[in-house]
Design a protein around this ligand. Structure first.
Ligand SMILES: [Zn+2]
Length: 264
């Protein structure tokens, strides 16, 4: 008989009385608790105060607010020595079942949790479609970047952007091409598109300064781009640099601007 009492008490340990171990089902839980309680009663023992508290705590983990507030009410009453205190354990378990069954039958038991999961699922699928549109935009940009022939030997085939077709006389100096703004300069390359300036904004000499400052890492330094910001007095200044160094400068600033895009 003593062995049975020990076994019954072991079954009523706090760690065994977790509602999640019973699939959050109150009927399963109360059925489990009844067996050791009956065993104790048979041995003329009574469930302890701690057993009651364990049962209350387990039921307060229920996934249903209505049921939880009912159990909280009983628990408070129990601790205040109210009528609940005079219930036997079997009576308490019956009360819990009576409260649980209609809620469960009406399909309200885990309703709140289900609606939260549905809301989360909707949020996740919205985020997924946003992500896939970002991915496809990025893939298009990467393709636009890599579809042109590299004009340098740095080993990165994506450093050169595809330029618009050569500008015809009388057409605008600034144009949109494959999602990027391009500016026409008559003085660079004997006339070419770039990302930083039009003819009037062409600044001779700026390239040499950039190259000195940035070597050897100038090709990937975005500051090369910033330094190309047009100055207001540039329009009437005659070119002083020789063409080859200007050419190299513009190639560098092209590389700098496309490198910046790579990291967008
Ligand atoms: Zn220029």
């Amino acid at each position: 008989m003593t062995a049975n009492i020990i076994q019954a008490n072991a079954m009523l340990l706090d760690a065994k009385l977790q509602l999640s171990l019973f699939g959050n089902d109150i009927s399963n839980f109360t059925n489990y608790v009844r067996a050791p309680v009956r065993c104790l009663l048979k041995a003329k023992e009574k469930p302890s105060c701690q057993n009651f508290i364990s049962v209350f705590h387990a039921c307060m983990d229920a996934p249903n607010d209505e049921f939880k507030s009912y159990v909280t009410y009983l628990y408070t009453d129990y601790r205040n020595n109210g009528p609940t205190k005079s219930l036997t354990m079997l009576q308490l378990l019956d009360k819990l079942d009576i409260e649980y069954k209609p809620i469960h039958t009406l399909g309200r038991w885990e309703r709140k949790q289900t609606s939260e999961i549905l809301a989360l699922t909707a949020t996740i699928s919205a985020l997924q479609s946003e992500l896939s549109s970002i991915k496809s935009n990025y893939a298009m940009l990467a393709k636009a970047n890599s579809s042109t022939t590299p004009q340098n030997n740095t080993g990165n085939p994506q450093l050169k952007l595809e330029k618009p077709p050569t500008r015809q006389p009388g057409t605008p100096e600034i144009t949109e091409f494959k999602g990027l703004t391009w500016k026409w300069c008559d003085k660079c390359f004997g006339g070419s598109w770039n990302r930083t300036h039009v003819t009037a904004e062409h600044q001779p000499g700026i390239g040499k300064r950039n190259r000195r400052r940035n070597q050897p890492s100038g090709a990937t330094n975005p500051q090369a781009n910033l330094a190309q910001t047009p100055a207001s007095n540039a329009s009437n200044t005659p070119p002083t640099d020789s063409m080859p160094s200007e050419t190299a400068t513009n190639l560098q600033s092209n590389i700098a601007s496309s490198t910046t895009l790579d990291f967008m």
